[in-house]
Design a protein around this ligand. Structure first.
Ligand code: CMP
Length: 149
């Protein structure tokens, strides 16, 4: 509750399908603050660390291979209840089940190639964010419209 930060990735399928702007735009229009942004290609060890909670799942190897197969866009968003707000905007993990109006509901059909990743808890954010951003790359500043949002 209260002001939170969350890590969002536009995954290789999202970037290759030229959806990065659409996705950033949705979060901006919601009123979230974009405080870090980077296009990058993950190394195998970064991907393994990012998805370490899924280490024992049958899809883990494929997931790691997929996320390193092309560049991704990583961002940190900040705002009131940002973790659950952003998860809601992303929709259910399986794109074929995600509600229309959500990112996955509007753009994905697959469970693996599901366009975006978003931290599912504060603990996940604290694990994930340092994999992608150094502390000095997170830019804390006032947008000036906070009293309107
Ligand atoms: P993400 O939010 O990045 O977190 C873990 C990812 O694992 C998930 O999105 C999907 O891309 C992937 N995933 C989850 N469940 C499955 C599954 N049953 N089969 C393949 N990939 C999955």
């Amino acid at each position: 509750m209260g002001t939170e930060r969350t890590l969002v990735l536009v995954k290789p399928d999202g970037l290759k399908r030229r959806l990065a702007g659409e996705i950033i735009s949705r979060f901006e229009r919601k009123g979230l603050r974009l405080i870090a942004l980077k296009e990058m290609r993950l190394t195998q060890s970064m991907a393994e660390e990012h998805y370490s909670v899924h280490r024992d799942k049958p899809f883990y190897r494929d997931l790691v291979q997929y996320i390193i197969s092309a560049p991704i866009l990583a961002m940190i968003l900040e705002g009131n209840n940002a973790i659950s707000v952003v998860r809601g905007m992303c929709g259910a993990t399986d794109g074929s089940k995600a509600a229309p109006g959500t990112i996955r509901g509007d753009f994905a059909l697959s469970i693996q190639n599901n366009i975006v990743h978003a931290s599912d808890s504060l603990e996940s954010y604290q694990h994930e964010a340092p994999i992608f951003f150094a502390e000095e790359e997170i830019l804390v500043f006032s947008y000036g419209d906070e009293q309107l949002i």
